[in-house]
Design a protein around this ligand. Structure first.
Ligand SMILES: NC(=O)c1ccc[n+]([C@@H]2O[C@H](COP(=O)([O-])OP(=O)(O)OC[C@H]3O[C@@H](n4cnc5c(N)ncnc54)[C@H](OP(=O)(O)O)[C@@H]3O)[C@@H](O)[C@H]2O)c1
Length: 380
């Protein structure tokens, strides 16, 4: 009951409705010479590959053969890419969720122009400006962890190359209003924030949203929450970063270094927030619950460090809180996000831009965590 589409095994019944349903994606990356079909080369590409021993210093710029797009795939000329917290773990080969194959080329976020398509490709045409979901086989519907088998920049090769072959199923066409640079920041942090705010928490005008930190997820989270008519509260280790978040529309900023018990402080100032983008994880969960109002929704996004002691979870029952973890989002969510960004002229905050040849410096910038928003890499 399965068929191969571009090297990705998809259950046949899930194709009948015209889309690959979530959970349908029994994706096996049989491409890049590992599959049965003969592989034809489309020349070469320059790409940054992870070396041994792994880590930022192991990244090497190489020229490697590039195969032609197979059935259900597209060849894309990359214009821009950007880095997420997880990419540092992937480059160090320490990211916890790996599939049957590990990517040689990192980065799950990027955008570019389609220059060739394989057999059977119908949704995308040569010349289209596109980005890709980082789970290309999660098109819509419910989550299924099998989508990790095709995870761009983790279990299949990612965007840190001049050209890349990707499955058509994950590609989204960019609206004219959205630049390559903006689009290249969205597949991970943008889609995750959209999923948290608009699918899980269903944020309403007048709600108060708390978002932790000033990185990629938090800044686009702030922008999208404002778009939905919400007030936004931000925490950060830096007053200067909080000032930038205020310029971006935050109502209140709290420094978690100088106010370690920021949860009660935020509760007092706001009467309790309605939604928390928990971008850190277990270490901050107690304070997030303290900041929450009755019936608030806390969306678990961060995969950060363990706390010195387990969360006490004081308010979970008393406040009737909702606690929901998410892993990125579907193609449907990415398409909705792009439509909202185009309609409102929203520009994701890119604070630092590096040239393709300086890609390791962009990773070091992420490591220093001096940035607010996104760190971008320009490819052309
Ligand atoms: N579940 C998912 O699908 C998903 C998707 C994307 C990202 N993530 C996770 O979300 C987190 C953020 O990712 P990112 O790409 O936005 O990272 P990033 O750009 O590197 O930003 C990390 C931010 O974390 C903040 N931070 C660290 N400790 C903090 C604390 N105790 N309280 C508040 N903020 C704290 C820092 O804020 P300051 O510098 O302002 O102090 C920093 O700006 C990571 O754990 C990542 O793995 C999960």
């Amino acid at each position: 009951v399965g068929l191969i589409a571009g090297g990705y095994l998809v259950r046949r019944r899930d194709l009948i409705g015209g889309t690959l349903a979530a959970g349908a994606a029994l994706a096996t990356h049989a491409a890049a010479g590992a599959g049965n079909a003969p592989v034809r080369e489309a020349g070469t590409t320059r790409a940054w590959v992870i070396g041994t021993p792994p880590g930022i210093d192991s990244l090497r710029l190489v020229t490697r053969p590039l195969r032609e797009p197979g059935p259900g795939e597209a060849l894309i000329e990359v214009h821009a890419s950007s880095i997420n917290a997880r990419d540092r773990g992937i480059v160090a080969r320490q990211f916890p969720v790996a599939g049957p194959k590990r990517a040689d080329v990192p980065l799950s976020e990027g955008a570019g122009r389609v220059v060739a398509v394989g057999a059977g490709v119908t949704r995308i045409r040569v010349g289209d400006r596109v980005a890709s979901c980082h789970f290309p086989t999660w098109v819509d519907g419910r989550w299924d962890p099998s989508v990790y088998a095709a995870d761009v920049g983790n279990t299949i090769d990612g965007w840190l190359a001049e050209r890349i072959v990707l499955p058509e199923s994950g590609l989204v066409r960019l609206p004219d209003e959205v630049s390559y640079e903006s689009a290249a920041t969205l597949a991970s942090s943008g889609v995750t924030a959209w999923h948290a705010l608009n699918v899980v928490a269903r944020v309403r005008p007048g709600d108060t949203v708390l978002t932790l930190g000033t990185g990629g997820v938090s800044t686009i989270g702030l922008q999208l929450a404002r778009l939905a008519g919400a007030r936004v509260v931000v925490t950060s280790s830096s007053d200067a970063k909080l000032e930038k978040m205020r310029e971006l529309g935050a109502m209140l900023g709290v420094n978690y270094r100088t106010t370690p018990l920021w949860g009660p402080a935020i509760h007092e100032r706001t009467g309790g927030v309605d939604v928390v983008l928990e971008n850190v994880g277990r270490a901050t969960l107690d304070q997030s619950m303290e900041a929450s109002g009755n019936d608030a929704t806390i969306v678990m996004i961060g995969t950060g460090p363990l706390p010195p002691q387990l969360p006490k979870m004081p308010g979970l029952v008393v406040k009737n809180l909702g606690l929901k973890a998410i892993s990125n989002g579907s193609r449907r969510m990415f398409e909705d996000l792009l439509a909202a960004i185009a309609a409102n002229g929203l520009r994701p905050l890119v604070e630092r831009t590096f040239e393709f040849a300086q890609a390791p410096d962009a990773f070091r910038e992420m490591e220093r965590s001096d940035h607010v928003g996104k760190v971008l890499i320009r490819h052309r």
